[in-house]
Design a protein around this ligand. Structure first.
Ligand SMILES: Cc1cc2nc3c(=O)[nH]c(=O)nc-3n(C[C@H](O)[C@H](O)[C@H](O)COP(=O)(O)OP(=O)(O)OC[C@H]3O[C@@H](n4cnc5c(N)ncnc54)[C@H](O)[C@@H]3O)c2cc1C
Length: 380
């Protein structure tokens, strides 16, 4: 029989690797699966200066250190891409093209990727002038003119970065003159930058070239006028999309943008399945919050396994009574202890107390997570 892991983490970005550290440290048999670069999206940035305790590093280095840390504590990292999943049972099944992985709990830490608008020429010139990552590609456009699409934090900050290399950065903005979607400080910096020029009230209509990008057609939304702008590069920063396509056909609840829905303990809508990092909707998508999520999700998974162990060892296939109660309700406890006395005289093997506030997974398993007064379930 295939090996059953206590915890499988899908994605080896900061969220997945931090989950690996906490999972392995808690002595869970932990596997991390990664289809691309170990270190995730952060490994695309050459400079990280906002991770506490590490004043300055590259994303690649940080990914390396984090993965070593997880492996040193006992986690295994395997390169593979998960394509389909079966999450409903006690044992979760994750399938790649060549292999099936089994786990008692799963953390999805699959992150996001840049949104592709599908503008004519965008896909054709990807890697031949069309780019989505300034830190990866800006250098290729040294002393050349480039166009940036977008006006949020990422677009403006990446535009500033590109201006260190390019001779001119023309930022195409949907809004009226002076209106950007980024924070004020970045906007002020960008307005002061002599290499940056804004093209207001406009959208990118087409990317044109032969072997590589030569010019773009830009449409003025107020006048309808089309203008050709010669350039060698087009950078798109128009948002990120969660990597959850492979989960769309499952019972796992996704929001309308494709993020995996979860509660504050990072439980997804399916028992034993947890979420960490940019793949969930949140206020700040950064390395530090991804890593924090990984820690919370792994500890939550550990707690889930503890409760499932109680189920497997003390409840499943056994003649037991389970008393569900809320620890804020002392009368409930009194009622259940009287019932325990009565039932123990009646040939049950065991009586198990489940506090619906502390043993949320067991309570959910028996659909008792929202009860107002104590309830008894006789298992057999
Ligand atoms: C250019 C750039 C610069 C940035 N700079 C900073 C910065 O300076 N400081 C900062 O704090 N943050 C920065 N960020 C943000 C930071 O990178 C992210 O917030 C962080 O990487 C999110 O981590 P994550 O683990 O949630 O997801 P990711 O890092 O996206 O990792 C997810 C991983 O899951 C893998 N995966 C996806 N689907 C599957 C599958 N089906 N099977 C197997 N593996 C899968 C992906 O290949 C990926 O490696 C930057 C981001 C970018 C793009």
């Amino acid at each position: 029989m295939d090996k059953i892991y206590d915890l499988i983490i899908v994605g080896a970005g900061p969220a997945g690797l931090a989950a690996g550290v906490y999972g392995a440290r808690a002595k869970m048999k932990t596997l991390i699966l990664e289809k691309g670069t170990i270190g995730g999206m952060a490994s695309k940035t050459t400079e990280i200066v906002n991770y506490p305790g590490i004043p300055k590093t590259s994303g690649e280095k940080l990914g390396e250190v984090m993965s070593k840390h997880a492996e040193n504590l006992g986690a295994t990292i395997v390169r593979d891409s998960i394509r389909t999943v079966e999450l409903d049972g006690e044992i979760k099944i994750l399938k790649s093209r060549r292999k099936e992985y089994l786990a008692r709990s799963v953390i999805f830490a699959t992150g996001t990727r840049p949104r592709v608008l599908g503008i004519p020429g965008e896909i054709d010139f990807k890697g031949r002038g069309v780019a989505y990552c300034a830190t990866c590609d800006a250098e290729f456009f040294s002393n050349q003119e480039v166009v940036v699409v977008g006006s949020g934090d990422q677009a403006i900050e990446e535009g500033m970065f590109i201006s260190k290399y390019a001779s001119k950065v023309k930022i195409i903005v949907l809004h009226d003159e002076g209106i950007l979607d980024c924070n004020r400080l970045s906007a002020e910096e960008a307005f002061k930058n002599p290499k940056i020029e804004f093209i207001w009230n406009s959208t990118l209509d087409e990317i044109i070239g032969d072997e590589s990008v030569e010019k773009v057609k830009v449409k003025n939304l107020k006048t309808g006028d089309m203008t050709d702008i010669p350039c060698k590069g087009v950078f798109f920063f128009v948002g990120m999309i969660p990597n959850t396509e492979f989960l769309e056909e499952t019972e796992l609840k996704l929001d309308k943008r494709g993020h995996i829905e979860c509660d504050s303990l990072l439980n997804s809508s399916i028992s034993g399945v947890f979420v960490a990092g940019d793949v969930r909707e949140k206020y700040l998508k950064q390395v530090i919050t991804a890593a924090a999520d990984g820690a919370v999700a792994a500890v939550a998974a550990e707690k889930y396994l503890e409760e499932m162990n109680i189920y497997i060892n003390r409840i499943k296939d056994k003649n037991v009574a389970i008393g569900f109660w809320n620890s804020l309700d002392s009368d409930g406890l009194k009622y259940l202890s009287e019932k325990e006395k009565e039932l123990r005289e009646n040939n049950i093997d065991d009586f198990i107390y489940v506090d619906i506030r502390k043993n949320k997974h067991l309570a959910k398993f028996f659909n008792k997570e929202n009860i107002d007064s104590p309830e008894l379930v006789i298992n057999k």
